[in-house]
Design a protein around this ligand. Structure first.
Ligand code: CP
Length: 309
């Protein structure tokens, strides 16, 4: 295997061969968890959350338990990260933990953490990227295709957000063709370099025609139309209403997928009746819960790789 990088901020920073190595490791970890059960024996993961979470919190902690290690949950608001410099607080964490996972609001704070850390930092989702989700997504596709996602056609329909940036950056090294149907986009948040790399590889199509976008898809993926911390915030009610009006024609439902064999993906949490119709969630098309389960297997591989365990 190639030398591991120090941190996982996003897959865009990793060599293609290493991304494929981690996916292969995730497949092996899922297939034979007992073979890895003591690899993090007596080692500690600190999980720092500035935002809410269900899957990231549970899957990292369960993953560390299965690897023989321990995870500490640290709420940003109850910690001295609220008072102090991010770099020095992170430098301290590195003295007591083997690895750090952080879900922060601002990408810049995550970069400061990586700068201050002397152990690996894993991005547990910032405003710009969600790399752990993207690896779990690729694991979900790979395990249905004999272990290799290359050649799969994945359509993402919804807002161009942090999940999309990481899908774009992981699709190139894994040879997955991505079609983006993203009428809702803020050009300032798009990772243009990763997008250009996927375009150059002939692996990116963009359209605002939802029917055309899903026509030859193996997988169709959607996500919330509004950042999760704003979804139930009264201050964003007007913006939410505007987005819902714009995006409802792009809702993922059986009518849109009629005549296709596409499987349905969603990174959760689900906003039923908004980006996805309830009829799809438990339908035979759905791989949503495999995808969610795969967060743990993918992250175990990331932890093992980054810590050299
Ligand atoms: N998909 C995801 O990151 O889920 P949580 O926000 O619940 O962690």
């Amino acid at each position: 295997m190639s030398a591991p990088p120090t941190h996982l901020i996003d897959w865009r920073d990793w060599d293609a061969g290493v991304v494929r190595d981690v996916l292969d490791l995730a497949l092996r970890v899922k297939r034979d968890p007992r073979a890895f059960e003591n690899r993090m024996h007596r080692r500690t993961l600190v999980m720092l959350f500035q935002k809410t979470s269900t899957r990231t919190r549970v899957s990292f902690e369960a993953g560390m338990t299965e690897l023989g290690g321990h995870a500490i949950n640290l709420d940003w608001r109850a910690s001295n990260f609220t008072l102090a410099d991010v770099r020095s607080e992170t430098r301290y964490l590195s003295r007591n933990a083997a690895v750090i996972m952080a879900r922060l609001k601002d990408h810049e704070d995550l970069l400061d953490m990586a700068d201050g850390a002397t152990v690996p930092v894993i991005n547990g989702c910032c405003n710009r990227y969600h790399p752990c989700q993207a690896m779990a997504d690729m694991l979900t596709i790979a395990e249905q295709r004999g272990g290799d996602p290359s050649g799969a056609r994945l359509t993402y329909i919804g807002a161009y957000n942090n999940v999309v940036n990481s899908l774009v950056s992981i699709a190139a090294p894994l040879g997955v063709h991505l079609t983006l149907v993203c009428p809702l986009r803020d050009e300032a948040t798009i990772d243009t370099a990763s997008r250009a790399r996927l375009l150059d590889a002939g692996l990116l199509t963009e359209t605002t025609d939802a029917r055309a976008g899903v026509a030859d898809a193996d997988y169709v993926y959607t996500d919330t139309w509004l950042d999760m911390e704003y979804f139930n915030d009264p201050a964003f009610a007007e913006e939410k209403e505007r987005r819902v009006a714009q995006m409802l024609p792009y809702q993922l439902n059986e009518t849109l997928l009629a005549g296709t064999d596409a499987k349905v993906m969603h990174d959760m949490p689900i906003h039923i009746g908004y980006e996805i119709a309830e009829e799809l969630i438990e339908s035979p098309r759905s791989v949503i819960f495999d995808q969610a389960e795969n967060r743990m297997h993918a992250q175990k591989a990331i932890l093992l790789h980054l810590t050299g365990s």
